[in-house]
Design a protein around this ligand. Structure first.
Ligand SMILES: NC(=O)c1ccc[n+]([C@@H]2O[C@H](COP(=O)([O-])OP(=O)(O)OC[C@H]3O[C@@H](n4cnc5c(N)ncnc54)[C@H](O)[C@@H]3O)[C@@H](O)[C@H]2O)c1
Length: 250
């Protein structure tokens, strides 16, 4: 498939897990990918892999929670490639806490990465996406659709991201811009490998959020994101796509 030939995609969280899978998939389909994340070494490794597969990827170390860095990343992407067609906000972080123990700093950090960053990037990218008749895919979570134990800040941020995305979609319904959300269930990625469950957590409550049909591969979610970012999804706007092997179907 060559759905992204001549298209430029900015992908956040491109150094790991789902973001790396999206960057790899879009590049394999012909996109020029501008990948951002915090960890330079991991980002360079993905860039090398994409390039060795014949793809085109530029990178910039960026903290999506920092407004100025988001503005700079969009500017660098457009400077490098001359346009922007797709913004895919994948970067995220999920910390588990007993709610009374979340510090103000931890609360703000989780909202910065999962909600404020996507907002800053959408705002900065909008003029370019309107010019290119492009689109946005924001990655939330099934934790943006339901409560999960020990995840108050993560759930609040992901619910907020869905609300923001739907509001943006409605505001631009009369323009050539599409905005969609993907809500993955459990994927086998470093985010899951690095989970630290708080002491004395109630196992029964935690199991309510567990994947029913096993963990997904990030590639299974990346393929849905690639569909939504492509012209194949030209009629899909303001949608909230669950990709969770049926976890939330009832
Ligand atoms: N893994 C899951 O089970 C799961 C389930 C539902 C939703 N999600 C969501 O999918 C997305 C990707 O998660 P993943 O599992 O691939 O995680 P991951 O930990 O493998 O990757 C996270 C990526 O986000 C980047 N990142 C984190 N904080 C950042 C910051 N401040 N600035 C810039 N980049 C930052 C990291 O550098 C990394 O590239 C996240 O939004 C996550 O919330 C994951």
């Amino acid at each position: 498939m060559d759905r992204f030939s001549g298209k430029v995609a900015l992908v956040t969280g491109a150094s790991s897990g789902l973001g790396a899978a999206v960057a790899t998939r879009l590049a394999a389909e012909g996109a020029q990918v501008f990948g951002i994340a915090r960890n330079r070494d991991a980002l360079v490794a993905i860039q090398q892999q994409v390039r060795s597969d014949g793809g085109d990827m530029a990178i910039a170390v960026t903290d999506v929670g920092a407004y100025e860095q988001c503005i700079a990343a969009v500017a660098k992407c457009v400077e490098q490639y001359g346009q922007l067609d797709c913004l895919v906000n994948v970067a995220g972080s999920h910390r588990f806490h007993h709610t009374p123990e979340i510090t103000p700093q931890e609360w703000r950090q989780e909202l910065d990465i999962n909600l404020n960053g996507p907002f800053f990037l959408c705002q900065a990218a909008l003029p370019h996406l309107l010019a290119s008749k492009g689109n946005i895919v924001n990655v939330a979570s099934i934790a943006g659709l339901e409560g999960q134990p020990y995840s108050a800040s993560y759930c609040a941020a992901k619910h907020g991201l869905i609300g923001f995305s739907k509001s943006l979609a409605l505001e631009y319904t009369k323009h050539d811009l599409r905005v969609n959300v993907v809500c993955p269930g459990g994927m086998a990625t470093p985010q899951i490998d690095n989970i630290q469950i708080p002491e004395d957590a109630d196992f029964d409550l935690l199991m309510r959020s567990a994947a029913l049909r096993g963990m997904m591969d990030a590639k299974e979610v990346a393929s849905v994101i690639a569909f939504l970012a492509s012209a194949d999804a030209s009629a899909v706007h303001g949608a909230v796509y669950t990709v969770d092997r049926g976890k939330t179907c009832g």
